[in-house]
Design a protein around this ligand. Structure first.
Ligand code: ASP
Length: 437
């Protein structure tokens, strides 16, 4: 058994969190490859080191001193070192880094140091060999990860050292310069590490006990999801559930590696297991895996007699494409169709887009309705059950929620309804109480 364990920013935020990480790593000798984020927030009003480093860069760009921010950063690292009695001379390395910091230092190099210094300290504390991401995570010229080279380097490093720790979030370009991934990118580094060594599990340690069935700001104490497929997770994430960096799924999915989201502060909780397919059914009565949604969509309804005899739909889609506005979903009738788009994405272009649609489609009428929220009930088990959508719509109707649009994914993995923005929370609660809890 071999496990890759990635610890997020809150898991390595300070010395107390380092102790929890050590206990987790030591509890299971198969956790032989560890990836670390930069120290994150210790409390609500604290700062992530990565944010502070981006702030340093902004100061340098405008010629404003970043001494004060650097002092805060140095204090964070020195506190961890001293509390845990580590030997690594982080002060000297930080001083050398500070001396090189000027407005010409590439921003990627600058912000990558959060992961670098956090990982140097954590590697010593765990007794793991530190393997710099600059020597094992490679980007191609086009900025994409060079998977082959990366996998080779990581698996060679593990073979040579037995137990390794790699800083997340950054890697090296062919030119030798460092490059960071997008925010939250340590999730990707962890996935690459797991895939490189063909781990049995990719554990993603964070500060929640897995993915919840609904947003806890809307539903009281939503149940955690114990098992979910990669496809379901994608639907939920697309509809607004923020869980993992979306690019972290592919490397592990490709290799059939299960992804387990765990809570560093409650290591006894099993968390959520994300897998390719689920055969056994632990909760046969629950046919919805999760509920998510987003507000602020517009429905553009175009009336035109005998749609099947003309090309209006294609023309309208072409217009929205020109304004770089993706269409979230489409409903189609005999004499009209409706396109749902994000209000913010279309923005002020709405007026030009409607004028273009009128000109190109020559419709009998066009109507725009703003203030629409989309709510998705996602569940692999909906495929095999008749009557589910009927029950969902009845529950919403009974609660006084007017449904403006309905869409079901072609794979029957989700049912999406459009409701008015001010009914968003009610719709989520009704679906959760009726079908998920
Ligand atoms: N430290 C980086 C960030 O804050 C990457 C990560 O934590 O995953 O985005």
């Amino acid at each position: 058994m071999l496990k890759a364990a990635k610890f997020g920013g809150s898991s390595v935020a300070g010395a107390e969190q380092f102790k929890k990480v050590k206990a987790i790593v030591e509890a299971d000798p198969s956790r032989r490859i560890v990836v670390s984020s930069a120290a994150g927030k210790r409390s609500g009003d604290d700062h992530k080191l990565t944010d502070l480093l981006y702030l340093c860069h902004a100061h340098l760009t405008y010629g404003v001193s970043c001494d004060e921010i650097m002092e805060t950063i140095v204090r964070r690292f020195v506190e961890i070192k001293e509390t845990l009695g580590l030997r690594y001379d982080v002060e000297a390395d930080l001083a050398a880094f500070r001396a090189r910091m000027n407005k010409d230092m590439p921003v990627d190099e600058l912000v990558s140091r959060g992961e670098y210094f956090t990982s140097r300290l954590l590697a010593e504390y765990l007794g793991y060999t530190f393997v710099d991401a600059a020597s094992c995570v490679f980007f191609r010229l086009d900025g994409q990860i060079d998977q082959e080279r990366t996998y080779e380097a990581i698996s060679a490093a593990l073979k040579a050292n037995g137990r390794i720790l790699i800083p997340g979030f950054y890697g090296r370009l062919p030119s030798g310069r460092l490059r960071v991934m997008s925010r939250g990118g340590s999730d990707i580094s962890g996935a690459l590490a797991a895939a490189a060594v063909d781990a049995d599990v990719y554990e993603n340690w964070t500060d929640v006990s897995g993915i919840l069935m609904a947003d806890p700001r809307i539903v009281d104490n939503p149940a955690p999801i114990s098992h979910i497929t990669y496809a379901e997770l994608r639907e939920l994430a697309f509809m607004g559930a923020s869980v993992l960096h979306e690019d972290s799924i592919q490397p592990v999915k490709e290799k059939g590696i299960a992804l387990n989201i765990r809570n560093t502060n409650r290591p006894g909780d099993p968390g959520t297991m994300i897998v390719e397919s689920i055969e056994s059914d632990e909760s046969p009565d629950r046919f919805i895996t999760g509920i998510a949604g987003r507000k602020n969509f517009s429905i553009i309804t175009v009336q035109k007699r005998n749609l099947n005899a003309n090309h209006s739909l294609g023309q309208a889609l072409g217009v929205l494409g020109r304004y770089k506005t993706p269409v979230e979903h489409i409903t189609l009738g005999l004499d009209s169709f409706a396109l749902v788009v994000s209000t913010g994405t279309l923005g002020e272009n709405i007026y030009d887009a409607i004028a273009d649609i009128k000109e190109e489609c020559r419709p009998d009428g066009v109507d725009v309705q703003d203030g629409i929220a989309l709510v998705a009930a996602v569940g692999r088990k909906m495929t095999s059950r008749p009557g589910i959508s009927g029950r969902l719509f009845k529950a919403l109707g009974d609660a006084g929620v007017n449904i403006r649009t309905i869409a079901q994914g072609a794979d029957e993995l989700s049912i999406i309804v459009g409701v008015e923005n001010d009914k968003f929370e009610t719709a989520i609660r009704v679906l959760y109480d009726g079908f998920a809890g």
